[in-house]
Design a protein around this ligand. Sequence first.
Ligand code: EPU
Length: 337
Amino acid sequence: MQIEKNKSLRAYNTFGIDVNASAFISVGSIEDLRTIITDYDRKELFILGGGSNMLLTQSLEKLVIHINLKGVEVISESESEVLLKVMAGENWHELVMYCIERDYGGIENLSLIPGNTGTAPIQNIGAYGVELEDVFVQCTALELASGKEVIFDKRTCNFGYRNSIFKNEAKDQYIITSVTLKLTKKDHKLNISYGAIADVLAQRNIAQPSIRDISEAVISIRRSKLPDPDVLGNSGSFFKNPILTAEEFQHFRNRHPDAPFYEVSPTEFKIPAGWLIDKAGFKGKRFGDAGIHEHQALVLVNHGNATGAEIWELALRIQKKIKEEFGIYIEPEVNVF
Ligand code: EPU
């Protein structure tokens, strides 16, 4: 194990923000990970996964641990299902492709989501009608305080919309080391409820889609709306879609009858933050190198050399305007450091 000093983190965060870590180590085994967490106080450590859901606004005077645990293993299988244990450092999209190749169904709607498998449970990644929790069985994690391995099952993860125990009670206390998923080998439960997927399949004259067809449809939708972080730095949706009570929603809808919405339950209505930001006139705007994506207003972008502080300043400006214009608070989805 080699500790590097004053390491630039530019290549390790999808926003492409150039800040330094005072110390950096890439860790490829659980034994090494345990040694480090026993040697250091948890306040001295910063855990880095795929770097796809964070905004770095300052240099880190900490030891940054890059989780580089690799491996995908079939733990058990029947004729109809397979349990797959995936190490935390495996790239999520490569895992989706691995499953498509083997005809393992369940995560095809989650194609092309940036980041690593180990961080997927933290925000319960979701897209096009599917969330990680739909296929999740359990994850293993090391407790920072003790170095002990702990297992979190679906219930203890307490998943919600872009939420889990790892964003709440368990925040900053564990390093997820592996994730186990239950996938189908036949009779796949396809989810084409999301209008755009059905549209792409219809355009392609596909009446009986395979999981590969769905994955390809999702990839083409994402490519048309969401910027490729290798080309234009970004962290996907910057804000969560706000959820209004029935009363708040009625008030909002009276003033904006054209707004799209999604009924979560009879008392909860989700409004696309991208629509609010677009309506407030921000879409495609640029303030220095910090900007709002031209095809999806929910995505903040780094046009080259924006600092994390500049992107954060833009996020706060957007948040303030949405509050003034619609009376709605939009909460950041990315973790800001
Ligand atoms: N809209 C606009 N203008 C915009 C953007 C969106 O009017 O600039 C409208 C669209 O026309 C549509 C609605 O808002 O009617 C919803 O837009 P979209 O389908 O793009 O989805 P979203 O709600 O903005 C969410 C997730 C995405 C996920 C998509 C598809 C969140 C915070 N974001 O976006 O997740 O890919 O649905 O399921 O829930 C991510 O988390 O990083 C992410 C990209």
